[in-house]
Design a protein around this ligand. Structure first.
Ligand SMILES: Cc1ncc(COP(=O)(O)O)c(C=O)c1O
Length: 312
């Protein structure tokens, strides 16, 4: 197997040669916007939606990557083609885009007029072992004392890399349970999101999820809305508190790499009967049908499938 390729600032280069300046403002200021798209059967899923969100983030940042969305898409497909052709058969990939405003002219001793944004695409093989446990035991969410950055400071509609608050929140959650994931509250005590997923719950047959005022408008969350429409499951966006989570019938996370995962405990309290529920099962089955493979079986190796949770 040969080394994977990356795309950096106009060129395809081996990953080991994809070096970024130590003066890059992505590193110095955390000024990076990013996306992650995944493949199903080596084909990118909702790449256009991810790129559209990236360009909305870039517009907000007032950074011009020097490529149109169509050009960036073409380079992404070319990179995927190169890496799939020389990679492990049957491997799925996470495809990362990130863009920064480029080096800080003062640190790099550059004329500011010559500074160009840093534009990178790279890929990594999706390994399932970090997620298997979610489908066997369910996710335990813990609300740490570290709060989400208020939207008045950083609009969460932008997918950004300044993740110190998420890092600290997850570390705190793991003090309560080494396998717990942090679900951050906002400053008013409303539920927001985890460091990498949106939170959704089910109550009286309807899905409820926090609004995008304080959470990322996840592409997977949008997919849930579409699938729920097809399945006649009502969806409501509204402010939710821990009280709503512990009293939910079901809860789950949505995110690109594993799509949907059951949340079975919240701050130590079982959600519903503490097992994955039928609404999540129906969504996962519909999603699996859409992409032509069993998502849960792909992650767990086949001994757990969403259909196991249907009759509950
Ligand atoms: C903070 C945050 N919320 C939610 C999500 C889920 O978004 P998506 O479904 O587009 O992957 C992510 C994805 O990484 C994220 O970083």
């Amino acid at each position: 197997m040969s080394e994977r390729w990356a795309y950096l600032n106009g060129e395809f280069v081996p990953e080991s040669a994809a070096g970024i300046s130590i003066a890059d403002r992505g590193l110095i200021m955390g000024a990076t916007v990013t996306e992650m798209t995944r493949t199903f059967a080596q084909q990118p899923f909702r790449l256009k939606a991810h790129l559209a969100r990236l360009y909305r983030s870039l517009r907000f940042l007032q950074v011009d990557p020097g490529l149109t969305p169509a050009e960036l898409q073409a380079r992404t497909l070319e990179l995927l083609h190169r890496n799939v052709a020389s990679g492990e058969a049957g491997m799925e990939y996470g495809v990362i885009h990130f863009v920064t405003p480029g080096p800080l002219a003062y640190y790099a001793d550059l004329d500011p007029a010559t500074v160009r944004p840093t534009v990178c695409i790279h890929m990594f093989p999706l390994r399932w072992h970090p997620y298997e446990r979610f489908f066997r035991e369910g996710v335990h969410l813990v609300t740490p004392s570290t709060r989400h950055v208020p939207p008045q400071c950083l609009d969460p509609k932008m997918k950004y890399r300044s993740r110190m608050h998420f890092f600290l929140a997850d570390r705190e959650a793991r003090l309560a349970d080494p396998h717990a994931i942090a679900l951050l509250l906002d400053l008013d005590g409303n539920l927001t999101e985890t460091s990498g997923a949106n939170f959704l719950l089910v109550r009286d047959g309807a899905i409820e999820t926090p609004p995008t005022r304080n959470t990322l408008a996840g592409v997977s969350r949008d997919t849930v809305f579409e699938l729920a429409g097809e399945l006649d499951i009502p969806v409501r966006e509204r402010d939710l508190q821990p009280h709503d989570a512990v009293n939910a019938d079901e809860a789950f996370l949505s995110t690109t790499p594993y799509c949907l995962a059951p949340v079975t405990r919240f701050n130590g309290v079982p959600i519903g009967d503490g097992r994955p529920g039928p609404v999540l099962a129906r969504l996962l089955m519909a999603w699996s049908e859409r992409v032509g493979l069993d998502i849960v079986a792909q992650i767990t190796g086949g001994d757990v499938t969403a259909a196991d949770w249907l009759g509950r």
